[in-house]
Design a protein. Sequence first.
Length: 244
Amino acid sequence: MSASSTPGLRRLTKTHKVSIAGVVVLGVASLAISAIPAQGADAKSVVVADPISWSKTVEAVQTKSVQGLTQQHQVIEKAVKAAAAKKAAEAKKAAEAKAKAEADAKKAAAAKKAAAAAKKARAAKAAASRSAARTPVFANNLDGWIKEALHIMKREGIPGTYNGIYRNVMRESSGNPRAINLWDINARNGIPSKGLLQVIQPTFNAYHVKGTKFDLYDPVANIVAACNYAADRYGSMDNVNSAY
């Protein structure tokens, strides 16, 4: 097609083509410009990098950014782990403190219980000692037997006097705790009278006083049971002046 066939257009000369190519090259090159601080005193000079240098620069920035994010994640992860470890340590410390408090409380309770038991034992021992001190020692003879019997009778509320008991003992057995009647009606019935105050077994069984021996021949037990019977039948052994 000739130049005259297309209105408004002219054929490009060689000079035009070179000029256009230069503009294109300039445009491409402008994308590769990297402005960095100048090294000179006037700080006005710039360095134009080629496309390869520019690509490497971008890649380095990206790499640095990734590394920065990784470091941040590591710092955060480390902080989270440290917080968890601290919390676990505090929980362990609290649990140990609670266990120690419970152990101390149990130890204190045991010590208190032991102290109470020891105090109770000391009180019981002291009471026994006082009781032993209050209990007189009686002679193993008629005088001692009557006095011991009177001591028990006073505690049990059984009336009687030394003279009343002594008088009846001398009439019944002459003071022999092994005395036995084998000729009266009780003997013929198989229940002879025995002991200081000549008591038959059924009477002794019925009027025996707790705290004395369950033995009809025991002098103290015999006197106390006989006086208990006499108090029930006659008001007191003092009122008995004959066989009863």
